[in-house]
Write a protein that binds this ligand. Structure first.
Ligand code: PMP
Ligand code: GLN
Length: 379
């Protein structure tokens, strides 16, 4: 037997977390926070095990969660979503991505992807029969430019898949960038699938701008979110997808044959969490912002070049033109210094960038300081 996917490498997250375990390393690789997530949301999940039916919930998701999601995005992003027809609950953003690509892409359709790109995108696009067209974003700005978009779009473009804020480069796209992309979507009649799982993790007073909110994009955007990222509960795998009804009809057909439903007690707890007041989100951002600054300052003290991080749990160091590439550096770092990180070249299909190393700062001060101690002398 030759499974089609057998030729794919193990994901870089699993590989680096495995090395971290083997070497007793501090894991600043895979993006997950220290700790257990908010006590009250976990308590809500425990309570809901008793109060909510544990049998299949409705295929589109619990009504309470869909209403809470619509209210949440009305409040935070001024989006007007009909909870009954335009919001669906999925088992994580990953399912929403897979379902959206299965539902939208026909064999031979072109799909515009931006590298660095999250590792799940390309295998899913290819498996759906899509033909990838890459736009390569480069450090330090990782900005979109019109010439690159013009190269990538064609009459065969069906979908453009954007991650904003962008993991791993920690870029938050500006309104001008998004308007440029929206213009291409109109000109080429493409659907935008916008992976916005990091929407609440933006720093220095920034506000997340949903692509769906731009003029003319309401009907042609699939917006994807994840409670895992919003509430630092990455293992829960509760995601949501928002789209106008004609698109949602296709997305829901994919969902019904992928997972069909998502654990009801987790949905109920996330419904409770989505209603948290602004202070919760501000404090989360402020706390993560402090952690970012702590790690960045420590790395600069050790002599590393640190790139700016406008959002996500991540920052990158740039190794420049040194003798080692990012993969070799990460191997040495985990084996000899006991700190795991992610080589950013894993997010570049075409090998354009090999000098960046991504580190996760969603950790306690003690964890970050211990990692910095271990890295002393590495540079
Ligand atoms: N998209 C991006 C850009 C991510 O960073 C992640 C996870 N970190 C996901 C999707 C997956 O989200 P989930 O765990 O909800 O499936
Ligand atoms: N999204 C997380 C990251 O970027 C990892 C998720 C995973 O392990 N697939 O680190």
């Amino acid at each position: 037997f030759n499974p089609v996917f057998a030729t794919l490498p193990e994901t870089v997250f699993e590989r680096m977390s495995g090395l971290a375990r083997r070497h007793g390393a501090i894991n600043l690789g895979q993006g997950f926070p220290d700790g257990q997530g908010p006590d009250d949301i976990r308590a809500a999940a425990a309570a809901a095990l008793e109060t909510v039916s544990n049998q299949y919930p409705p295929m589109m998701g619990l009504a309470s969660l869909r209403r809470a999601v619509a209210a949440h995005y009305r409040h935070h992003q001024s989006l007007d979503l009909d909870p009954e027809h335009e919001v669906m609950v999925t088992s994580g953003a990953t399912e929403a991505l897979a379902g959206a690509l299965m539902a939208l892409v026909r064999p031979g359709d072109e799909v515009v992807l931006f590298e660095p790109m999250y590792d799940a995108y390309l295998p899913l696009v290819r498996r759906a029969g899509g033909v990838p067209r890459f736009v390569t974003l480069k450090p330090p700005r990782f900005g979109l430019d019109e010439a690159a978009l013009a190269e990538a779009f064609s009459e065969r473009t069906r979908v453009v898949l954007l991650n904003n804020p962008l993991n791993p480069s920690a870029t938050v796209f500006s309104r001008e960038d998004l308007a440029l992309l929206a213009d291409f979507c109109h000109r080429f009649d493409a659907v935008a699938v916008c992976d916005e799982v990091w929407e609440h993790v933006v720093f220095d007073g920034r506000h997340h701008i949903p692509l769906m909110g731009l003029p003319g994009m309401r009907e042609r955007t699939v917006k994807i979110g994840s409670a895992g990222k919003i509430f630092s509960l990455t293992g829960w795998k509760v995601g949501f997808v928002m789209a106008a009804e004609p698109l949602m009809r296709g997305l829901s057909r994919a969902h019904q044959f992928l997972t069909f439903t998502t654990p009801p007690n987790l949905q109920e707890a996330v419904a409770y969490g989505m209603g948290k007041d602004d202070t919760y989100f501000e404090e989360m951002r402020a706390g993560l912002g402090r952690s970012r600054d702590r790690l960045a300052a420590g790395l600069v003290r050790l002599g590393f070049t640190v790139l700016p991080s406008a959002g996500t749990y991540f920052l990158s160091i740039d190794l420049g033109d040194g003798p080692e590439d990012d993969t070799q550096f990460c191997e040495r770092m985990v084996r000899e210094h006991g700190v795991a990180a992610i080589p950013v070249s894993a997010f570049y299909e075409q090998g354009a960038v090999r000098s960046l190393v991504r580190l996760c700062f969603a950790k306690t001060d003690a964890t970050l300081d211990a990692a910095l101690d271990r890295l002393a002398g590495m540079k």
